[in-house]
Write a protein that binds this ligand. Sequence first.
Ligand code: 1GP
Length: 242
Amino acid sequence: MTVLARLAAHGGLAVLIDPSRTSPDEAEALAARAADEGVAALLVGTSYADEANVGAVARAMKRAAPSVPLLEFPGAASHLVPDVDAVLLLSLVSGRNAQYLIEEHVRAVPFFERHPDVEPISTAYLLIDGGEVTSVEAVSQTRPLPAGKPELVAAHVRAAMLVGMAATYLDAGSGARRPVSPVLIRAARAATRGPLFVGGGVRTADAVRAARDAGADFVVVGTLLERKGAPAVRELALAARA
Ligand code: 1GP
């Protein structure tokens, strides 16, 4: 079974670990806890690189949670590592910067030729305004789509499906003030056929539940779990049950 088919069959909570802020030991402990407490997928990635650390963090996560799908969420082709089950091969379709629409993909070709076991999952990546300038916006030099225009989000997702993309990721950006709203998630859900990831600024179990109820397959949580006093992964994973 492909990773894409596994993701399509079973959604829930996805925990994102940022290797620029997390050591391999910390990543191993968090991935083990997440696996014990019901996480559906693990993501590893960052907008800026500590390229040297991505592989070590991915290996630590795989060691800790061998049966949970481990997906790379790469900021650039140079971040790709073979220690994951699949790569969310992101096309930043909310923007018009050719580097993130096709150039990084061309640069990724040698990696996928060297590592045929790593599954590429063509993913429409939409940055949504979350109330402040995020790292993705600054690094990609693209503007997010407005938070109040569900029809525009739906048109971007639909266009991505028409050109053959297999999954969708709506991102308000790491640490966003406002997560993606249920109205936008519903619009994207109606326009997409593959797994729908939603993340950025999700801080409570209620926000996880709201995103799932609106049609997200995976609710991605990163920053929250790096903080002291974060809710238990179990509480978030339960909220993400269908
Ligand atoms: C960012 O969607 C992810 O790209 C997760 O965001 O760090 O705010 O949880 P947070």
